[in-house]
Design a binder for this molecule. Structure first.
Ligand code: SAH
Length: 344
């Protein structure tokens, strides 16, 4: 067994059946988590990077069947932050020690290139030592280029699933499975540090699909990989599907750490929502990033991708001390740094 885990380290060629064996039973878990932690420490020590997440809008023109902010959800109160509000979040975040700001939203056409570029320019002027990460969904190559030229450093766009048939089960017909993959290629090509990923336990997902996701990531070689459990949302067509599995998510974090030793891997909010210790368990399984919420308190519940999203505990940026204590209790150290990828 140790062999199998050892073989996984940085390996492009571990056969599918061996990957499946690692993912589908709990017999290997302790070895797997321990090996992932060793690899993580080899590349990143005990450092945990923090990102201040600012959810700038919950308007979305897409209708993904799993997502609570889909345009078809008429129950949701919509909001959009102003430039002033976003800058105030950054200022507060900077004071709290954040050196990366992640601006995420639904695919909201209000945030045109002009609006975004102006915002990026001002943030960079005020906080030149910070990295800007965007997660605004699918845009044109020209648009990504403009955002990069304005100073954005990183872009997060999960591919969601690498399998076309599975993609069609999760998304309406007007969304093409290749679009996100194409966008990821543009982003890489332009020079962004790129993040991708997928939900664990999304409706209809099979273990074969997950293996395809891993293979796709091997082709893409992203700098950041975000995975979290699927969590159902009551006002979506997928409200009756069960939530993703904690153990499988943790195993996958370990497998990702072994296959992509240099990757920045967050212990996600969804993981922390599924289990109150989810994020600590994620760190112990190989994750090295957490993304506390810096959005204004009044909108946090409205950025409702899924039900019961945590929004006011340690995941909130203002509780940095509590977060530090928790991270320490898991055996790691929060650092104040941009936390760029370490390729060597
Ligand atoms: N519009 C942006 C941001 C989407 S929200 C984009 O398209 O990239 C960020 C991520 O949340 C999504 O990529 C998806 O993987 C995840 N997400 C959406 N609904 C979810 C749910 N019900 N459970 C868990 N994760 C979800």
């Amino acid at each position: 067994m140790e062999n199998l885990v050892e073989q996984l380290y940085g390996n492009r060629n571990l056969p599918n059946n061996q990957l499946k064996a690692l993912l589908s039973t709990n017999s290997y878990d302790q070895d797997l988590f321990a090996a992932a932690d060793t690899i993580r420490q080899r590349h990143y020590g005990r450092d945990v990077y923090i990102r201040g997440l600012i959810e700038i809008s919950n308007y979305c023109q897409h209708d993904c069947y799993y997502c609570g902010i889909r345009c078809g959800n008429g129950e949701l109160e919509r909001y959009r932050l102003t430039q002033e509000e976003i800058l105030a979040c950054c200022k507060e975040g900077y004071r709290l020690g954040f050196r990366t700001f992640v601006m995420q939203s639904g695919d909201d056409p209000y945030f045109t290139d002009d609006v975004m570029c102006e915002l990026i320019t001002v943030i960079k002027r005020e906080h030149g030592d910070c990295a800007i990460t965007l997660s605004l969904g699918e845009r044109s190559r020209g648009s990504y280029q403009a955002l990069f030229n304005a100073g954005a450093d990183r872009y997060l766009l999960r591919h969601e699933t690498a399998n076309c048939a599975h993609y069609a089960q999760l998304h309406p017909k007007d969304m093409q499975p290749d679009t996100r993959k194409k966008c990821l290629c543009y982003l890489k090509d332009i020079g962004f540090q790129v993040g991708s990923g997928f939900m664990v336990g999304s409706p209809y997902q099979t273990l074969e699909n997950i293996i395809e996701d891993l293979r796709f990531l091997q082709e893409l070689q992203p700098d950041m990989i975000g995975i979290g459990p699927f969590l159902s949302h009551k006002d979506t067509p997928m409200c009756d599907f069960p939530n993703g599995d904690l153990a499988l998510t943790l195993r996958l974090i370990s497998v990702l750490r072994m296959m992509f030793p240099h990757a920045l891997i967050p212990a996600t909010t969804a993981l922390g929502t599924l289990d109150r210790n989810g994020r600590e368990l994620g760190l112990r399984a190989g994750a090295n990033v957490v993304m506390p919420n810096l959005s204004p308190r009044r909108v946090r519940k409205q950025y409702a991708l899924y039900d019961n999203k945590i929004a006011t505990g340690e995941e909130a940026a203002e509780s940095r001390t509590r977060l530090e204590t928790r991270v320490k209790s898991a055996g790691y150290e929060v650092v104040t740094a941009r936390g760029d990828v370490r390729r060597v």
